[in-house]
Design a protein around this ligand. Structure first.
Ligand SMILES: Cc1ncc(COP(=O)(O)O)c(C=O)c1O
Length: 371
């Protein structure tokens, strides 16, 4: 048993065992499992939470991005600007539509796409920009939206890691033309299985995604679009309703952990995440950087502290994207070599945070690097 696990979902769920059990029984007893009252209720509750008109529950976060791109009719011949250092799903959604991802490098300290670099990537084929609110910190959306407006581009937020975060007071998910989010279990708002949603104020796009998620059908057995089967089921919607109630409380716990990390690690020989003054992140992950990342990870592991690398290989270096192999994206490559995610969970107590930070501070980076 680890002294400090990276994330202990079983323990986290214990604190809401009663409402989760009630949600399960409600759905079981209803006998209704797909596209029913739990989904409808969750969609309206989460739309209200995110300050948008529509939430459309879908099968997962990748599908949320994919169906949105489809709804905007993005396809072969189109280009979509994406961060060079995101989780691969952001790119997969673009290539799944037959469009081309155009990577743009991040700011190395905030880890988010650098708005100043986006204009160089825009061509006559560019249709959309997908900023990712990586690790729970919103990307700098105002310059991105201004640029998009100047060039007539769609802005789709990838808000998979940022449920509850704010940018200049506004909720992540309400900042672009539309947003995609993921309810993968480890997310800040995670289901007990797969799940995702599209968020938007646009009636037509919400309607199109509703149709696409359900075999392209608005009326049963009438199919006007070639659609998919990608729905958030009743059981997951019911669990998500129970978890939405505690999301702000759990995000506050994550914030407290992050504050303690930043305070106790201020003098450590590592780079801490930079938070822009205009955002309220929700600390999906607390990601540090170190030139000695692999040895540091091993040192922490030895002391019983579990860490994870998000992400060890950038999309353009993945086997599935041979055509991007020649691209020069030094910041994405450097981040992949240096990033390390520390344990992060609403249940992490002061003692655990202290152990993590003490172990980090005691890491003999300099001595060993002289070998
Ligand atoms: C940034 C980002 N985008 C998209 C996804 C895809 O979500 P899902 O795993 O629900 O398909 C994830 C999460 O896995 C993610 O972290």
């Amino acid at each position: 048993m680890k002294k400090v696990p990276f994330l202990d979902l079983a323990r986290l769920h214990q604190s809401i065992r009663v409402p989760l059990d009630a949600a399960y029984r409600r759905v079981l007893d209803s006998g209704w499992f797909i596209m029913g009252p739990e989904l409808e209720a969750f969609e309206s509750e989460f739309a209200r939470y995110c300050d948008v008109k529509h939430c459309v529950g879908v099968g997962n976060g990748l599908e949320a991005l994919h169906l949105l791109l489809k709804a905007y009719k993005i396809g072969p011949g189109d280009e979509v600007i994406v961060p060079s250092n995101t989780f691969i799903a952001t790119w997969l959604a673009v290539t799944e539509c037959g469009a081309t991802p155009v990577p743009v490098e991040p700011n190395i300290d905030t880890h988010n796409i650098d708005p100043a670099l986006i204009s160089h990537a825009i061509t006559s084929r560019t249709r959309a920009i997908i900023p990712v609110h990586l690790y729970g910190q919103p990307a700098d959306m105002d310059p991105i939206s201004a640029l998009a407006a100047r060039h007539g581009l769609i802005v789709i937020e990838d808000a998979a890691q940022a449920q509850g975060a704010r940018y200049k007071g506004r909720r992540a998910g309400s900042l672009g033309h539309a947003a995609a989010t993921s309810f993968y279990p480890g997310k800040n708002l995670g289901a007990l299985g797969d799940g995702g949603a599209v968020l938007t104020n646009d009636d037509a796009i919400a309607g199109k995604v509703k149709q696409l998620r359900n075999y392209g059908s608005k009326i049963k057995y009438q199919h006007d679009l070639i659609g998919y089967n990608s729905r958030l089921d009743e059981m997951q919607a019911a669990f998500l309703r129970a978890k939405l109630v505690v999301l702000d409380e759990w995000n506050a716990c994550r914030r407290e952990v992050a504050t303690q990390y930043s305070k106790l690690l201020a003098s450590a020989d590592i780079n801490l995440p930079l938070v822009s003054e205009y955002v309220e992140p929700v600390w999906h992950l607390y990601v540090i950087r170190s030139k000695h990342r692999d040895r540091l990870k091993a040192h922490l592991e030895q002391q019983g502290v579990s860490t994870v690398i998000h992400y060890p290989v950038p999309p353009h270096r993945q086997g599935c994207y041979q055509e991007f192999k020649g691209h020069t994206l030094p910041i994405a490559v450097q981040l992949a070599e240096e990033v390390l995610s520390l344990p992060m969970s609403p249940t992490l107590n002061a003692e655990a945070v202290e152990l993590v930070t003490r172990t980090l501070v005691s890491f003999p980076a300099k001595t060993v690097s002289m070998h």
